[in-house]
Design a protein around this ligand. Structure first.
Ligand code: CTP
Ligand code: MG
Length: 231
């Protein structure tokens, strides 16, 4: 059954899904690869659509797959599908350009974080609604982290207590994300990085283990296991 989005919602979610998935190994674009029998993108969009504040979902698909992604997602939720770009940042910019007037909170969420619970979408949106211009979900770093030189020689140990591993969805006041993308220079791997360059404060909220990014075959196996055990 197709989910209904909330016409009174104040959140648009951009879903960059145009990457190749090189680190996952040979095969289809990552967002279209199966996880427990359904493409990663279907899992991701279903969970976003279940978040009550969501008014609009815009997916940036691989350019060659725009039409098939529209057909794939039509039974899942009402979504707009646009062609993505060569870098994640270009895919996000293409999706941002397709957001209609209305939603003043924009979340950017990797299709690769397919098991992200709707509650995380809501908690990031709530923090933006509460007055923060830019909000990122984070987890503590559990490994000891070393800085090394080009020859793999250790230069020092970084204080782990001051580090955070960053997830998506990242949430922004609409005007802030638009300004950040207009000012963007070098491609970065996250949108908060663009906002930081504007000098805007970015705040952290607790992330979720379920929002892991499916990057390598191990992550896909872990996600299969998590789904099988109720995620
Ligand atoms: N992405 C995108 N457009 C690109 C590159 C990435 O929309 N040109 C999206 C991916 O589809 C993914 C998210 O950005 O949902 C995070 O990127 P990543 O995990 O690196 O995915 P891929 O780029 O597909 O993987 P890889 O780097 O291994 O090729
Ligand atoms: Mg990538």
């Amino acid at each position: 059954m197709t989910a209904q989005l909330n016409p009174r919602g104040d959140v648009a979610v951009l879903v960059p899904a145009a990457g190749a998935g090189v680190r996952l190994g040979p095969g289809a674009p990552k967002a279209l690869r199966p996880l427990a029998g359904e493409p990663l993108l279907v899992h991701a969009v279903r969970r976003i659509a279940a978040a009550p504040s969501v008014h609009t979902i815009v997916v940036a698909a691989p350019a060659a797959d725009v039409e098939s992604v529209r057909l794939l997602l039509a039974p899942v939720a009402p979504v707009t599908v646009v062609p993505g770009g060569a870098e994640r940042q270009a895919s996000v910019a293409a999706a941002l350009a397709a957001v209609p007037a209305g939603p003043e909170i924009i979340l950017v969420h990797d299709a690769a974080r397919a098991l992200t619970p709707p509650e995380l979408v809501e908690s990031v949106a709530a923090a933006v609604r509460g007055g923060h211009d830019a909000v990122i979900p984070v987890l503590p770093v559990v490994d000891t982290v070393k800085e090394v030189d080009a020859g793999e020689r250790v230069l020092g140990t970084v204080d782990r207590a001051a580090l955070r591993a960053v997830q998506t969805p990242q949430g922004f006041r609409r005007s802030v994300l638009t300004a950040a993308h207009e000012a963007a220079g070098d491609a970065l791997t996250d949108d908060a990085g663009l906002v930081e360059k504007l000098g805007v404060a970015v705040v952290c909220v607790p992330g979720s283990e379920l929002a892991l990014k499916i990057t390598r075959p191990f992550d896909l196996a872990l996600a299969e296991h998590l789904l099988a055990t109720g995620a």
